[in-house]
Design a protein. Structure first.
Length: 540
């Protein structure tokens, strides 16, 4: 039977923990169809002939025959429609049982992130051959034949002309066990804030490295985006990393094991220094994004005899990520909002479960709202749990009163809203070897918040070498006037507007952040202390 999908509005299956829909419901639909009032197509032949003005006997017989045939076709079509509905309700329920993961593609510009994303959508049946042929022609007309696969992800005309991803591209695909949302992050250094936005929503990361001669070196050298993206991903909570060595089919590489081993040997020490457990949390594999090799199916031994490991789909399907509490207090950082017959916000559920009919709180402006509808993958559902990307339709607030960075929160345990917090910072690299002291200003990136901030006080410099041997009962504080590159310091951060954050120890997803200035990441950190309950700032 042809696979026919229900319209989004027809589904009310819960994303978080759906129950199987009884096929008996489809039988009830069938009975309703049989009991429905007669329509024009159900009128008997006798009634039709009686109501016909004047006609010959031949015309009447012909009309009777046509009506009987039409009625037969109608009955058949009704049963076919019911069978399709039965099948689709079961399919919908089975799909909803799958776990959901957000995977962000990161790496240096022109490493092939968008091309791999497009190839995944093609191989998983999300894009048809006619669309691919259209993109091939479009790319050829621009004299960029090898870019056509990236056009699947890069839908903006500016992105297609320049061959550079600007916004975070979004798409969906499925494997046997998992539903994935692809987040295609920009690789150009000018768009790192957009990359941060994408990585902050991700559960796992795919670091794309070009094996082409010279391209890996450019991304990996000081100032290259390969390095910065790895550090940012770790800071933003991407604990599992798949490192794909792309463009292995390129003429300067030709599936060379020597080149693959060279890249792996250089990346492993850097990944360790960035905080990754290479044995447990990192997986390397060679691929060709343009040709689709080793993505959905394993590599042909004839083309690459030295690789016998898994393909990308297998690795993605087997990744284990920490479970989140579906019964905890609701936390949904807002990444976007719009108006469509009401106020709709978009975001990823970091904790708790959002139900249709829920009463929630929009923080930091403390507005009570009611959930009118919840959408997962543009399908209306009864509820959605942690990890799901959702659109939530709200009553009780206008879209002008919501901004990216606001948080949908449980009214019983609301997320803290503050203008100050204490943080532990690791200084990566200050511009022009500047010193980091009170009064230093930067741009704060924490979950979906982008806010200017100021360091108002340095509280303690941490000596990592002595920290392990220190007596826990004696904690001598060394309050510094300034610190330099590589230092770890506890400091007080101040912002102008109220922002929603959590202590890292209580809720890591809303407690880790980065500091950037003049287009460069200068520090990564975590929130270690908040003002007392009911206060937005520390007392003097």
């Amino acid at each position: 039977m042809e696979d026919t999908r229900l319209e989004p509005a027809a589904s009310s299956t819960a994303c978080a923990a759906p129950a199987m829909v009884d096929v008996g419901e489809a039988d009830d639909w069938s009975k309703e169809l049989d009991d429905a009032p007669a329509t024009a197509r159900d009128v008997s032949a006798d009634e039709a002939s009686a109501s016909w003005p004047t006609a010959s006997q031949d015309d009447t017989n012909e009309l009777r025959s046509d009506l009987q045939s039409l009625q037969l076709e109608s009955n058949v079509s009704q049963h076919v429609e019911v069978d399709v509905l039965k099948d689709e309700v079961l399919i919908e329920s089975e799909v909803a049982k799958k776990r959901h993961l957000n995977v962000v593609f990161i790496g240096h510009v022109d490493a092939g992130k968008s091309t791999i994303g497009g190839q995944i959508l093609l191989l998983s049946g999300q894009v048809d051959d006619r669309t691919i042929q259209k993109y091939e022609k479009e790319a050829k007309d621009k004299s960029r034949e090898s870019w056509y696969m990236a056009y699947i992800m890069d839908t903006n005309e500016e992105e297609r002309v320049k061959g550079i991803t600007v916004e975070v591209g979004r798409a969906r695909f499925e494997t046997d066990n998992t539903r994935f949302t692809i987040l295609d992050a920009p690789g150009h250094k000018s768009y790192v804030p957009n990359m941060i936005s994408g990585a902050s929503q991700a559960d796992i990361g795919v670091l794309v490295i070009s094996s082409r001669k010279g391209e890996f070196e450019t991304g990996f050298e000081k100032g290259g985006q390969t390095r910065e993206h790895v550090q940012l991903a770790k800071t933003l909570g991407v604990t599992k990393l798949i490192v794909v060595v792309n463009k292995m089919d390129e003429q300067t590489v030709k599936w060379s094991k020597q080149r693959y081993d060279e890249i792996e040997s250089k990346m492993i020490p850097f990944l360790r220094s960035s905080g990754y457990n290479v044995k447990k949390d990192v997986q390397f594999l060679p691929i060709s994004g343009l040709l689709g090799y080793n993505i959905k199916t394993r590599m042909d031994p004839k083309a690459c005899p030295w690789w016998s490991g898994p393909c990308l789909f297998e690795v993605l399907d087997s990744v284990e990520v920490p479970l989140r509490d579906p019964k905890g207090p609701v936390r949904v950082p807002v990444i976007d909002k719009f108006k469509d017959m009401g106020t709709i916000v978009m975001g990823k559920i970091e904790a708790g479960t959002v139900y249709e009919g829920n009463s929630l709180l929009v923080m930091p402006n403390k507005v009570d709202v009611k959930v009118l509808a919840v959408f997962c993958d543009d399908v209306k559902v009864n509820s959605a749990g942690p990890g799901e990307n959702v659109k939530v339709k709200l009553a009780g607030i206008n879209d002008e009163d919501i901004s990216p960075g606001f948080v949908l929160s449980s009214p019983v345990v609301p997320v803290p809203a503050v203008t100050e917090f204490d943080a532990q910072l690791q200084i990566l690299e200050l511009l022009d070897n500047a010193i980091f002291t009170a009064g230093y200003k930067a741009v704060l990136h924490i979950h979906s918040i982008v806010e200017e901030c100021e360091i108002v006080d340095l509280l303690e410099e941490i000596d990592l070498k002595k920290k392990k041997d220190a007596d826990p009962k004696k904690k001598p504080k060394r309050k510094p006037l300034f610190v330099k590159n590589g230092a770890v310091v506890v400091c007080r951060v101040q912002v102008t507007n109220l922002i929603c954050v959590e202590k890292f120890s209580d809720f890591a997803q809303l407690g880790r952040f980065t500091l950037r200035t003049e287009g460069k990441t200068i520090a990564v950190g975590k929130v270690v202390a908040l003002p007392a309950a009911g206060s937005t700032a520390f007392s003097a």
